[in-house]
Design a protein around this ligand. Structure first.
Ligand code: ATP
Length: 358
């Protein structure tokens, strides 16, 4: 765990929150061009390589470019598979995956330089300002060793997640920004961060640092550049995963859940909260979003939460009968089973819950 970052001054700009509903209504089709990568050839001509959702491309000496459309917009990531690495905005990256923003340039050593022009800027950038990787002039917010950029990676009901840069570790990160409510108990607000800070597992999204100011709580997380599992399944060319890939993802999911359950923590998540560490087939996955996670999860709870489609029968019963409870850890196993079903069939159970008509 990194040392605690310094607090922000109240006068610093803060991001406006994006409604997940409005982001969801802007759906792109698989053939839509999301970005162009412009390069100048040896004879002085400019050429553009176009990139659309679900059709990754490999250019030059092996950097692969991927696009995922997620509920919060589009992520364009570049995965370096080469032996020499590539230069992103003047900084060398090697054997890793980074998120590419509008105006970024990347150079393949002894080959071409490409500039990224995003086609759907409103889906990439929810805010006016744009920040280049490691370009300190254009940062949006300074949080100790981290710079929070204006690039929105996604948003949910409670938080907006922005791309962040770790200026000492020279890597990208994700910053989850949660609006604080007046009069809220600080211990309650810090629940997700506190839970995550003590977890260290390759299949669990890691926390680097936590900070707060009077308005926001900031959780700096390990960056996942491959989007979420729900998007991965629904945009898959075969509309479902093959058994081998589903098995590999399920194995990692169960390993992560076992780690949590050994510590008596339940996640109460769904495929949208399972992130792909980097893009591509047979991805490494990470369990993320611990907003609904619960410690002492062997105890029955009367407080039902989570998405109904992933709740076990006893959870749905508990919704209707307030005196009934359910236990978090078996509920995680049930929702992992629903996730496996979704991976193999691309069918997402949609249960409409109406009080008095279950
Ligand atoms: N570590 C990460 N790396 C990359 N993107 C991330 C990361 N964490 C979150 N995101 C993106 O941000 C989105 C919102 O994050 P998250 O689900 O944690 O917010 P939330 O408000 O708690 O969501 P919910 O509505 O499910 O409670 C995710 O769906 C994902 O697209």
């Amino acid at each position: 765990m990194a040392s605690k970052t310094r607090s922000l001054g109240p006068t610093q700009p803060v991001p406006s929150f994006v409604s997940s509903k409005s982001a969801r209504s802007q759906t792109l089709s698989r053939s839509d061009v999301c970005a162009k990568f412009i390069t100048t050839t040896a004879d002085g001509r400019t050429e553009a390589i176009t990139l659309s959702i679900g059709k990754p491309i490999t250019i030059g000496r092996n950097p692969s470019l991927w696009v995922q459309s997620s509920t919060g917009g589009i992520i364009i990531s570049c995965q370096d598979l080469s032996t020499n690495g590539l230069i992103l905005n003047g900084h060398k990256i090697r054997k890793t995956s980074v998120i590419v923003m509008n105006g970024d340039t990347f150079r393949i050593p002894a080959s071409q330089t490409f500039q990224c022009i995003l086609k759907w800027r409103h889906l990439h950038e929810k805010h006016e300002k744009h920040a280049n990787m490691f370009d300190s002039k254009e940062f949006m917010q300074d949080l100790g060793r981290f710079i929070i950029t204006s690039h929105c990676l996604g948003s949910g009901s409670y938080a907006t997640v922005q791309l962040a840069l770790d200026t000492t570790g020279h890597q990208q990160a994700a910053c989850k920004i949660i609006r604080r409510k007046e009069g809220n108990d600080l211990r309650k607000e810090m629940k997700e961060a506190t839970l995550l800070m003590n977890l260290h597992h390759p299949n669990i999204n890691r926390v680097y640092a936590v900070d707060l100011d009077p308005e926001f709580l900031y959780i700096i997380l390990e960056l996942c550049t491959g989007g979420d599992l729900f998007t991965y399944i629904t945009t898959h060319s075969k509309h479902r995963l093959c058994e081998g890939e589903a098995k590999y993802i399920m194995y990692q999911l169960l390993k992560g859940l076992k780690y949590l359950h050994d510590r008596m923590i339940s996640h109460r998540g769904k495929p949208e909260n399972i992130l792909l560490f980097s893009p591509g087939p047979y991805p490494r996955i990470q369990i993320a979003d611990f907003g609904l996670a619960r410690p002492k999860a062997y105890q029955e709870t009367l407080h039902v939460c989570g998405t109904i489609s992933y709740l076990p029968p006893e959870g749905i019963l508990a919704l209707e009968h307030k005196h009934l409870g359910y236990v978090g850890m078996p509920a995680d196993c049930w929702s992992a089973g629903v996730t496996l079903f979704a991976m193999l069939t691309c069918v997402f159970c949609c249960i409409c819950y109406h009080k008095n008509h279950t």
